[in-house]
Design a protein around this ligand. Structure first.
Ligand SMILES: Cc1cc2nc3c(=O)[nH]c(=O)nc-3n(C[C@H](O)[C@H](O)[C@H](O)COP(=O)(O)OP(=O)(O)OC[C@H]3O[C@@H](n4cnc5c(N)ncnc54)[C@H](O)[C@@H]3O)c2cc1C
Length: 166
């Protein structure tokens, strides 16, 4: 590797790893957002098509409101993801925004997916609909690449100025 390939300073390599964590969190958030949008699309589509006792099940607020609420949560997560990506692209400190985006997007996608599965009833667990299959990957993004607890530790310490807890 020629010296022009050096990232940062010699003997300070670990810092370069940390520079990679924010974009990793932003990409993780974007992945969750995609799953969330997929779930909302499939949930809304099925709620319009599926008829029980002569009415589309989307007529019922018991199904419509949870999906609408998840739409709000996914859109908010997408907005925070855009903010984090913009800050990173513009060389600003994107730590807080990246963590918040990752946290919000993972939670929103799992929530949306769970609600879309519920709307599908028994079909929600059928592999043909692709929802139950997505759940494992969506769920792991609440743990990796950083767990929601460590995001909350970061925000407690860096955003709220609370004492470090670990
Ligand atoms: C499929 C997969 C892919 C992964 N990919 C990546 C990756 O790309 N990059 C990467 O860096 N890591 C990755 N990881 C690792 C991931 O970051 C860890 O699994 C995660 O940080 C939790 O660590 P742990 O599994 O060792 O659990 P533990 O450290 O044993 O923690 C167990 C639980 O306790 C909570 N906990 C631990 N300490 C505290 C504390 N001080 N305060 C509050 N709660 C706490 C944790 O949040 C977790 O819920 C991946 C993990 C998996 C499963």
């Amino acid at each position: 590797m020629p010296s022009t390939g050096l990232l940062g300073e010699v003997n300070d390599g670990l810092r370069q790893i940390f520079f990679g964590l924010n974009p990793e969190r932003i990409m993780s958030a974007a992945t969750s957002n995609g799953i969330g949008r997929f779930a909302l699309d499939r949930g809304a589509r099925y709620a319009k098509e599926r008829q029980v006792w002569g009415a589309p099940i989307g007529t019922h607020q018991g199904l419509a409101h949870p999906l609408a609420e998840s739409y709000v949560h996914v859109e908010l997560a997408r907005l925070m993801t855009s903010k984090a990506a913009w800050m990173y692209d513009n060389g600003l400190d994107a730590g807080e925004a990246s963590n918040m985006a990752k946290f919000a997007a993972a939670d929103a996608s799992v929530e949306a997916l769970d609600r879309a599965i519920q709307i599908h009833g028994g079909n929600g667990m059928s592999t043909e609909y692709g929802l139950a299959d997505a759940w494992g990957f969506a769920r792991v993004l609440k743990i990796a690449p950083v767990s929601r607890e460590m995001v909350l530790n970061y925000i407690s310490q860096h955003s709220l100025g609370l004492p470090r807890s670990y």
